[in-house]
Design a protein around this ligand. Structure first.
Ligand SMILES: NC(=O)c1ccc[n+]([C@@H]2O[C@H](COP(=O)([O-])OP(=O)(O)OC[C@H]3O[C@@H](n4cnc5c(N)ncnc54)[C@H](OP(=O)(O)O)[C@@H]3O)[C@@H](O)[C@H]2O)c1
Length: 344
C-alpha cells in the first residue's frame, strides 16, 4: 500500500459552553495498519451528531468522554481499502456508528461496522443518514414510544432537523395532525409546504411558546417528540392531553450549558394527566435496521417520505458544520463529505 497521511480532527481542549476552533484541531498522522480482525477504511462521509458535544465534556453519558488528544469520535461511511477480517474485502462500503472518527482513514474492528449496498438506487450517503442511526431514531421513537393513533395530534421540536423532519412525517403517515417547532420562517414553510406538516411555530418569533403551542392544539397533544428540552418541553407538557406520550429523543438546548438549567416548572402535570415521558437511545434498535430499511426504502423512493441533507465539503470544515447544528444552519441531516469522490 502506498504511504498515506491521515488528516485527523482531535480534541485539543475541553469546551466550556459552545466549542470554538480552540477546542478542535487538525493534524496529520501516519495511517495505521489493520491488525487481525480489523479493516482499514477510507472515510467518505462524516455524520454530524449533536450527541458528540456531550462526548467532548467529562460529564457521564452513555458513551465514554473523548480523551484530550483523541480523534473526535463519530459515525462514518467509508470504503474498505485493506481488510484483515474474513467478512470484508477491499472496495466494500461500510458504516460504523460512533466507532470511527473525524479523519481520512480509520482502523476499526470488523464487528463494529456493517456493509452497505451500493446498487439499491439510493445515494451512498443515505446509508450514514436516513438508513442509519438518525433514521432509526425517529422511527422507533415515534412508533414505539409515541404510539400515534389515527386522528390523534403530534408536536415535534427541532422539526426541520434530521430526526424531527422524519418524526413529523411518520406521525403524519399514521394519521395524526402534526405541528412542528423550528427556528426560522423558511424552516416553518419547508416543513408545512414540502414535508406535509399541518402547521408550524417559529419559536424565535412566536413570543410566549407555551401560549403558541396551546393555541396550535385546541384539544391538546397526544404525542410529543422531544429534541430540544427546556421551554419546548414545558410548552408541550402544558398542552398534553390525558394519557399523552412523549418520546424524549434529545435536549439540544442544554448541550452547551455551563450551569445546570432549571427544569420545566410544570412537571406536576405529568401526574394529573397520567402522561408517559420516556427517553430512549437508538443503539437499542440497531438490530431492526433491515426491517426499517424494508419499510422506509420504498416510501423514500416513492416520494411519500422526504429526506433532506445539508452536506459540507472537506474535513477542515467539519468543526464549522458541527457548530452549525447549534445555530440551526441545517435543513435535515448535516453531513460532511471528505472522500475523494461522491460516486460509488
Ligand atoms: N436518543 C437518540 O438515540 C438520539 C439519536 C440521534 C439524535 N438524538 C437527538 O435528537 C436531537 C436532534 O438531533 P439531529 O441529529 O436530528 O439534529 P438536527 O435536528 O438535524 O439539528 C439540530 C437542530 O436543533 C435545533 N437547535 C439547536 N440548538 C437549539 C436551541 N438552543 N433551541 C432550540 N433548537 C435548537 C436547530 O434547529 P432550529 O433552526 O429549528 O433551531 C438545529 O438545526 C438532538 O437532541 C440529538 O441529541 C438522539
Amino acid at each position: 500500500m502506498k504511504k498515506l497521511l491521515n488528516r485527523q480532527l482531535y480534541l485539543h481542549a475541553r469546551p466550556q459552553g459552545i466549542p470554538t476552533p480552540e477546542h478542535i484541531h487538525l493534524r496529520e498522522v501516519p495511517v495505521s495498519r489493520p491488525g487481525p480482525g480489523q479493516v482499514l477504511l477510507e472515510n467518505l462521509y462524516l455524520s454530524m451528531d449533536p450527541a458528540i458535544r456531550g462526548w467532548m465534556s467529562e460529564k457521564a453519558s452513555y458513551f465514554a468522554p473523548i480523551a484530550l488528544g483523541e480523534a473526535i469520535r463519530g459515525s462514518t461511511l467509508g470504503r474498505v481499502i485493506e481488510s484483515r477480517h474474513p467478512d470484508f474485502r477491499e472496495g466494500d462500503h461500510v458504516v460504523g456508528i460512533a466507532c470511527n472518527a473525524w479523519e481520512d482513514f480509520s482502523v476499526v474492528g470488523g464487528e463494529q461496522v456493517y456493509k452497505v449496498s451500493t446498487d439499491n438506487g439510493f445515494p451512498l450517503n443515505y446509508h450514514v443518514s436516513i438508513f442509519s442511526a438518525v433514521g432509526l431514531t425517529p422511527y422507533f421513537g415515534v412508533l414505539e414510544i409515541g404510539k400515534p393513533q389515527l386522528g390523534e395530534t403530534a408536536l415535534i421540536s427541532a422539526a426541520a432537523g434530521a430526526c424531527g423532519s422524519l418524526a413529523g412525517q411518520i406521525a403524519k403517515l399514521k394519521g395524526c395532525r402534526v405541528v412542528g417547532i423550528a427556528g426560522s420562517d423558511e424552516k416553518c414553510r419547508w416543513i408545512v409546504e414540502e414535508l406535509g406538516f399541518d402547521a408550524a411555530i417559529n419559536y424565535k418569533t412566536c413570543g410566549d411558546l407555551t401560549k403558541a403551542v396551546a393555541d396550535a392544539f385546541p384539544k391538546g397533544i397526544d404525542v410529543y417528540f422531544e429534541n430540544v428540552g427546556g421551554k419546548h418541553l414545558e410548552a408541550a407538557i402544558n398542552a398534553m392531553r390525558v394519557n399523552g406520550r412523549a418520546a424524549l429523543c434529545g435536549m439540544i438546548e442544554q448541550y452547551n450549558d455551563t450551569e445546570p438549567r432549571p427544569g420545566p416548572t410544570n412537571l406536576i402535570q405529568i401526574v394529573g394527566k397520567s402522561l408517559r415521558l420516556q427517553g430512549f437511545i437508538v443503539s437499542n434498535y440497531f438490530q431492526h435496521l433491515p426491517e426499517f430499511f424494508a419499510e422506509m426504502g420504498p416510501l423514500i423512493k416513492g416520494g411519500k417520505m422526504k429526506w433532506e441533507e445539508t452536506v459540507e465539503d472537506g474535513i477542515e470544515n467539519a468543526p464549522k458544520a458541527f457548530l452549525n447544528l447549534f445555530k440551526g444552519a441545517n435543513f435535515g441531516k448535516m453531513l460532511v463529505k471528505i472522500g475523494p469522490d461522491k460516486a460509488v
